[in-house]
Design a protein around this ligand. Structure first.
Ligand code: SRM
Ligand code: SF4
Length: 551
């Protein structure tokens, strides 16, 4: 029998994710943690990182890497109050690197927190009724849901389900409270983990809820998904999706992006039980001997969907019905003011690559703080790295608009649809896995692609472009019409042919291209698209029609 991975041993011997983390955080002799603890801290929502821009310089100076911590907040459905936004803003300024990063899974990340500031950060989150529990690591992570949950009564129910799923699937260990919040130390046996057991899951696990026609969450990219079925204005249940995931490794054909399968239909009150059965099945059958083969997508690909559904039905005692019909029209966000079913207004603002920071001409960190000071509704972070000012009364719109105008919070909405919808992962300098730039390169890349589009007179067409610094797929590039996937500094694989509804994977078109070659390839394709497209035909669909993506 193959051996368990080292991470399995770390989890199972960690006494409920405690390890030696409490001592490690108290140790002033290093800015980092021992290797095992650096793995464990992920399950508490944090990654140990170093600043890669100065890694070599530190090495030459014989200094240890400049260790810092990234912290990811648990924010089911991406919902937070103005008071919470103000607390988050304060943490960014006091403990992190003066910026906020909205993620592709509807939450905030802080970067650059020193070890000695971790307890202060967690205490500040706790005081604002937030935490970072289980947002990283081998557990069910932040549960995401179609944004703007007040658009219809179904959206409200879905937001509530995201919260309940998140709570239900949290680990029971009190380790987080002991390590960061001076919680009472465990005296007797460690807590029972009815869902996870002592080794938690074989790999990360992600859950999303979509409300058609919007697939803003890219539900098919998730291990577990729920597609809301609304009939006669009422939420009657969900189509269950299982086995999606995007991560891959260059040159390893055993790893691949995979869209989730639709497993069947279930009523709303079965969601928690079925979710638990999906998770425990993956807990018991997922591959713990190879982390590159440990996601649910591989369990299902290896054993078959019918076997998997049978196991979930047996464990949950719920028989899935045939899936019901639904239609997605887009996986992007809608900008500008939208009115909800209750008459309140919602304003989604574009935040390129999710980065909120004060720049000299665009003081966005301060601008968003000022919004939080005057806003009486709440905020929704979207899965496309944007943010919505939600629940605004008609008479308050002018006040919000005045702050938006004062701080130019709408600056990124002006321009082409390409610019408005593009996604980039974090990548350099904080991501240890990055092979090429993504977030920092996005503005330049967009300008150059825009100018090509202008040359062909098609700058107004909707077009989804997503770029990542490596093949792990954090900005879901495999679902974009144009996906760029980092291979080496300044070099990317070019993928083409997503459908902008999150229902079709794109395909690898050319490998290891520099910027000039990428632009030359796109130039030729845009010329053909401009000349040969059908009315309203999207670039990705055009490419399939004319047979290019296999090129
Ligand atoms: Fe991711 C690892 C950032 C969404 C697939 N991801 C990482 C790490 C933690 C790097 C690491 O392991 O040390 C990155 C931290 C960078 C940094 O400095 O902040 C990172 N992932 C992100 C975020 C912040 C990207 C963003 O620009 O918004 C997203 C945080 C989401 C959140 O709030 O939880 C993020 N990551 C995703 C997504 C998209 C999604 O889930 O919708 C994916 C593809 C879907 C999937 O999971 O299959 C994704 N991240 C990965 C993988 C590949 C997993 C796999 O099955 O192979 C890794 C690497 C790993 O797990 O070994 C990874
Ligand atoms: Fe890092 Fe790769 Fe994810 Fe980008 S896609 S954040 S480079 S792991």
């Amino acid at each position: 029998m193959s051996e368990l991975t080292p991470v399995e041993k770390i989890k199972s011997s960690s006494r409920g994710l405690r390890g030696t983390l409490a001592d490690g955080f108290a140790d002033p002799t290093s800015g980092g943690l021992a290797d095992d603890d650096a793995q464990l801290v992920r399950l508490h929502g944090s990654y140990q990182q170093d600043d890669r821009d100065i890694r070599e310089e530190r090495r030459l100076q014989r200094l240890e890497p400049l260790w810092r911590f990234m912290v990811r907040i648990r924010l089911p459905g991406g919902v937070c109050t103005p008071a919470q936004w103000l607390a988050i803003d304060d943490i960014a300024r006091r403990f992190a690197n003066g910026s906020l990063r909205l993620t592709t899974r509807q939450t905030f990340q802080f970067h650059g927190i020193a070890k000695g500031d971790m307890k202060g950060t967690m205490a500040a989150l706790d005081a604002a009724l937030m935490d970072s529990i289980a947002t990283c690591g081998d557990v069910n992570r932040n549960v995401i849901a179609s944004s703007n949950p007040v658009e219809s009564p179904a959206h409200l129910e879905v937001a509530e389900l995201a919260r309940r799923l998140s709570e239900h699937l949290l680990p029971k260990t009190r380790a987080y409270h002991e390590i960061f919040l001076n919680g009472e130390k465990l005296a007797g046996a460690q807590e029972d983990e009815p869902v996870y057991g002592t080794s938690f899951l074989p790999r990360k696990f992600k859950t999303a809820i979509a409300v058609p026609p919007s697939n803003d969450v890219d539900v098919f990219a998730h291990d577990l998904g729920f597609i809301a079925i609304v009939e006669g204005g009422r939420l009657v249940g969900f189509n269950l999706t299982v086995g999606g995931g995007l991560g891959a490794t260059h040159g390893d054909p055993n790893t691949y992006p995979r869209l989730a399968d639709i497993a069947g239909f279930l009523p709303p009150d079965a969601a928690l039980k079925v979710a638990e059965a999906v998770i425990t099945t993956q807990r018991d059958f997922g591959d713990r001997t190879n982390r590159k083969h440990a996601r649910l997508k591989y369990t299902i690909a290896d054993r078959g969907l019918a076997w998997f559904v049978g196991e979930v039905e047996r464990r949950s005692g719920i028989k899935l019905e045939p899936a019901r019909s639904f239609a997605f029209t887009s996986n992007g966000d809608r900008f500008g003011w939208q009115q909800g079913h209750d008459g309140l207004w919602h304003r989604t603002l574009r935040v390129p690559a999710g980065r909120i920071i004060d720049r000299y001409d665009l003081p966005w960190l301060t601008g968003w703080r000022e919004i939080a000071r005057v806003h009486r509704g709440d905020f929704r972070i979207t899965s496309n790295q944007n943010a919505t000012i939600a629940g605004v009364a008609g008479e308050d719109r002018d006040r919000i608009d005045a702050v938006i105008a004062q701080y130019r919070l709408d600056a990124a909405e002006l321009g082409t649809p390409l610019k408005r919808d593009a996604l980039a992962c974090v990548s350099m300098p904080t991501c240890p896995l990055a092979m090429a730039e993504a977030e920092r390169y996005l503005p330049q890349l967009i300008r150059r692609v825009e100018s090509l589009l202008e040359t062909h007179g098609i700058e107004g067409v909707p077009l989804s472009l997503r770029i990542t610094g490596c093949p792990n797929g954090c900005a879901r590039p495999y679902l974009a019409e144009i996906g760029l996937i980092g291979k080496a500094p300044g070099r990317y694989n070019l993928h083409l042919g997503g459908d902008a509804r999150g229902e079709r994977l794109n395909v690898l078109y050319r490998e290891n291209l520099d910027e000039a070659t990428i632009l030359a390839e796109l130039d030729g394709l845009f010329a053909r698209y401009a000349a040969g497209r059908a009315p309203d035909e999207r670039f990705g669909d055009f490419l399939w029609r004319v047979g290019l993506p296999t090129g």
